[in-house]
Design a protein around this ligand. Sequence first.
Ligand SMILES: *[C@@H]1O[C@H](CO)[C@@H](O)[C@H](O)[C@H]1NC(C)=O
Length: 201
Amino acid sequence: MMAMGLLWMGLALLQTLQTQAQTGAQTGAQTEAQDSHQEIPVQPGFIEDRFVGTWYSVGLASTFPWFLKKKAEMLMCKTVLTPEADGTVNLTATFVSNNQCETRTSLLRKTEQPGHYVYKSIKWGSEHNIFVVETNYEEYTLLYTTKTKGNSNFNMATLYSRTKDIRPELKERFIRFAENHGFTEDNIVILPKTDQCIDEN
Ligand SMILES: *[C@@H]1O[C@H](CO)[C@@H](O)[C@H](O)[C@H]1NC(C)=O
């Protein structure tokens, strides 16, 4: 069991949520209103080569209970996306946890829909669908992620930025995006900037 105090961000949080989901599944507290199999539109004409590279997670939204409990303590994290020779995309996230730097790697598989990736966790028996809903590649990305495990599922919205600072308009855009996907104000967090573990270079 992962330490309860682990602070994760961006897609890195999915691995921790696995642990929580296992606990939650036993109490039947998992199901959320949104249907994880709904069609999520992605960025038209998505170009992976322009999307990869470094992103900072500056906004998150989820209804997951553990997230709601911890969100006030979370800090920005860094995600590096690298295309691998076999066609997968290596997603490596770095974040601060208990004052230490942690990294998590997930290998994302492409689907037939460009901008829609799948990540399966053998360890946790879960499947994550990651949708690049909107991006201008150079500045920001809106991501929507669904996770299913057995009959339970949860969803998350993420705002990625190429730099640690982001225009206020884009924060507003993210909040509207999250609200359009059913998240309430209470489910949304804009993550404070940090230099710990994620220097901008
Ligand atoms: C993924 O990328 C990280 C560095 O960004 C590297 O350390 C790791 O070995 C890579 N993992 C795989 C499976 O390619």
